[in-house]
Ligand binder design. Structure first.
Ligand code: ADP
Ligand code: ASP
Ligand code: MG
Length: 412
């Protein structure tokens, strides 16, 4: 007998029929004698609908009230799934985040889990119940409802698996695993048998939203065995999915590149004609940080004639705010001009094999050059290379890089 935590995302619980399918899948694991905790998302589209409703009341919704509203989607699903399970003779009981006591900090809309009280769930499991838990939500010390950021049910599931010391955490979604890149963009993308935590963290943080980044972080830290699988395949015919694991467990020789991630969530700002003197980066980025705006890539050019240009990227949603700040900064530091571009995209190649292979960057740059795609910014880490390009070339860039790195071929 094993203890399994299963998480079903929005599409997997997107209709009454799909919820009944989930119930049958859970029942099949119970029938094999396993204890099962199920973590569910809101039905697909529901969280977006709730947030849009809130915005009809306040253009910039109060974050405490927004969480009160956004968390309700999951509460509907736990009730429905529990009923579906009872309907086929499986004992089940639903839990909101507060009822489990998923304790979080008070950072509404992006709260972090502090602790999980596993006692209630354990008691129910021991009595033969399936515990059906609302993902994405928790409560803070004062009992306020909080949510964990978009895609946060993944993190709920992994955190509960860690707290219960579950044998495996299974993330059921609408694809049958983690692919070399988003299969919606590149049909030739391949499912990976396994991927390291480190690579999955990079992929998630660079835009592959198949798993919320914090869930991967959590799983790595608490050594939770994590697997991504499809909920849409016929019962009994599901494949092995993708195992997220530590590097040493991957026996085969690693391909140089494991995957390609991309996002359209950033915008670029440039301050032109900045006096080239010590402290200038701080004078520009200090006010941006004070306004709580995250800065990602940064480039300062070589100075000439006593001045230089300074570029960086921010979340696209903060573009207007950051531009206004820089207009102020321009006067203070004596810069010539502020320009911005919110039609950019970031494309990244990721792979632990990069540590032992040279020439990855030059191959990436050559491939893009051959398509006439201009690189605006570059950043690298030990296992990834990211470039910023014009958004209109994003899909082309991902496709040609996928081919150039042979990601459509099964590794020998
Ligand atoms: P859920 O609602 O189950 O949480 P998500 O929409 O959050 O599902 O995540 C699944 C989606 O992630 C897939 O439909 C796919 O389009 C997208 N995706 C992006 N990158 C990848 C990748 N590398 N591998 C698999 N899926 C990916
Ligand atoms: N329902 C939430 C969202 O849409 C959480 C999740 O699905 O993981 O972001
Ligand atoms: Mg998701």
């Amino acid at each position: 007998m094993a203890l399994i935590v299963q998480k079903y995302g929005g599409t997997s619980v997107g209709s009454p029929d799909r919820i009944k399918n989930v119930a049958r899948r859970v029942a099949s694991w119970r029938a094999k004698g396993h204890q099962v905790v199920v973590v569910v998302s809101a039905m697909s589209g529901e969280t977006n609908r709730l947030i849009a409703l809130a915005k009809e009341m306040q253009a910039n919704p109060d974050s405490r009230e927004l969480d009160v509203i956004a968390s309700t989607g999951e509460q509907v699903t736990i009730g429905l799934l529990s009923m579906a399970l009872m309907g086929i003779g499986v004992k089940a009981r639903s839990y909101t985040g507060g009822q489990v006591r998923v304790l979080t900090d008070s950072a509404f809309t992006k709260a972090r889990i502090v602790s999980i009280d596993e006692a209630n769930i354990k008691r129910d499991l021991d009595k033969g119940f399936v515990a059906v838990v609302a993902g994405f939500q928790g409560v803070d010390e004062q009992g306020n409802i909080t949510t964990l950021g978009r895609g946060g049910s993944d993190t709920s599931a992994v955190a509960i698996a860690a707290a219960l010391k579950a044998d495996e955490c299974q993330i059921y979604t609408d694809v049958d695993g983690v692919y070399t890149t988003d299969p919606r963009i590149v049909p030739e993308a391949r499912r990976l048998e396994s991927i390291t935590f480190e690579e999955m963290m990079e992929m998630a943080s660079l835009g592959s939203k198949v798993l919320q980044i914090r869930s991967v972080e959590f799983a790595g830290k608490y050594k939770v065995k994590l697997r991504v699988l499809s909920s849409l395949e016929e019962l009994g015919k599901e494949g092995p999915g993708t195992l997220i694991t530590v590097e040493e467990d991957i026996m085969m020789e690693q391909p140089t590149i494991s995957g390609i991630a991309f996002n359209r969530d950033e915008a670029k700002l440039t301050v032109l004609g900045v006096p080239d003197r010590p402290g200038i980066a701080y004078q520009i980025l200090g006010p941006v940080a004070e306004a709580n705006i995250d800065v990602d890539m940064i480039i300062q050019n070589v100075g000439h004639d006593g001045s230089t240009d300074f570029s960086f990227t921010v979340p696209r949603s903060e573009f207007a705010k950051a531009t206004a700040i820089l207009e102020q900064v321009k006067g203070h530091v004596g810069a010539r001009q502020v320009t911005g571009d919110n039609k950019i995209a970031k494309v990244s190649v990721v792979g632990v094999g990069m540590r032992s292979h040279v020439g990855i960057a030059s191959k990436m740059f050559r491939t893009l050059a051959e398509e006439g795609i201009n690189i605006q910014m570059i950043s690298t880490s030990e296992i990834k290379i990211s470039v910023v390009i014009d958004e209109k070339y994003l899909e082309l860039a991902v496709r040609v890089l996928h081919k150039a790195f042979d990601l459509d071929q099964v590794p020998a």
